[in-house]
Design a protein around this ligand. Structure first.
Ligand SMILES: O=P(O)(O)OC[C@H]1O[C@H](O)[C@H](O)[C@@H](O)[C@@H]1O
Length: 298
């Protein structure tokens, strides 16, 4: 487990799954949800924080649900290739995953997956993934991907998501059928499991009770999954408390509909930046013309 602090903010990253399990603001308030029943060892992924789904999101393929990266032991990457660094970033960690012989039996491709987790100015958290095809047999590979981010919310029925209205989505609760979202903002009254397609680069989660807004900025990740298991599924999950669905919401920047393909030697980059701002933030600020209102400098 790796812990780091920057300007009183904090993040915790596990080598198991390269999973961020804690992100705190300067009031020491936890911003991510982790279940009280989470299991921190193989074979299960940790229930909460930011699991990484690779090389498969969900059941979109033949591998285990969400692929294997989230339940492998990553290592510290001491000598990562340079990444453009914002000088304001005070603390970061680089991790790397390469396939084991066992992994190659289930997904026969050689890759290097580098993840940088950084704490930026104002406590903003960013995750940058770089995936490289290192196959030596000339073969390309394709994968789907998600940052399966669990946000901590006061009460799911008091939360709304802006930025996804009018988007097309695949409904996992209806056999992945395609629909178009109606209405102003997404609100929550029952189970939801949708893959929004070609979603905008900024999405906001507005928590009225906490007077807090999370702003997600995504790059290289066209889609966004929204998931809350609600009461029945919560009860069926061994590593999730019965009533915990009220205090979490997953909004997951992802590449699901169109898998990413890399030729040998090619590298893909996918980035997520998270910011928690006070709720004086109001609707409409996702308008690109007003984006300067959200100070995201990482
Ligand atoms: O229980 P897990 O394998 O971690 O998956 C939890 C959830 O992840 C995503 O949000 C999927 O869209 C859901 O269908 C799935 O139930």
């Amino acid at each position: 487990m790796l812990q780091s602090y920057s300007e009183d903010c904090m993040k915790v990253v596990y080598l198991y799954g390269a999973q961020v399990t804690s992100w705190k603001n300067d009031h020491a308030e936890e911003l991510l949800f982790v279940s009280s029943k989470a299991i921190f060892k193989p074979p299960k992924a940790i229930r909460g924080g930011i699991p990484i789904c690779f090389p498969q999101f969900g059941t979109h393929g033949n591998l285990e649900q969400h692929g294997f990266a989230r339940n492998r032991l990553w290592t510290i990457d001491d000598n990562p290739p340079p990444l453009p660094v914002n000088p304001a970033i005070k603390s970061f960690v680089d991790l790397i995953l390469r396939p084991s012989d066992e992994d190659l039996k289930i997904w026969p491709h050689s890759f290097e997956f580098r993840l940088r987790v950084a704490l930026g100015p104002n406590g903003d958290l960013s995750l940058t993934s770089r995936i490289r095809n290192t196959n030596t047999d000339g073969r390309s590979f394709s994968y789907t991907f998600a940052y399966h981010t669990y946000f901590s919310v006061s009460d799911i029925s008091e939360v709304r998501v802006e930025g996804l209205e009018t988007m097309d989505y695949l409904d996992n609760l209806k056999g992945k059928e395609r629909f178009t979202e109606q209405g102003d903002a997404i609100v929550f009254e029952s189970e939801i499991d949708k893959v929004y397609l070609a979603a905008p680069s900024k999405i906001a989660i507005i928590d009225h009770e906490k007077k807090r807004t999370f702003v997600l900025t995504k790059e290289g990740l066209p889609d966004a999954v929204v998931w809350n298991p609600w009461d029945k599924k919560a009860k069926a999950m061994q590593d999730f408390g019965d009533g915990e669905y009220k205090h979490m919401l997953c909004v997951e920047p992802a590449a699901v509909e169109k898998p990413i393909t890399l030729k040998p030697g090619e590298e893909w980059k996918g980035r997520l930046a998270l910011s928690a701002v006070p709720s004086s933030y109001c609707s409409g600020q996702l308008d690109p013309l007003k984006e300067h209102l959200i100070a995201l400098n990482i």
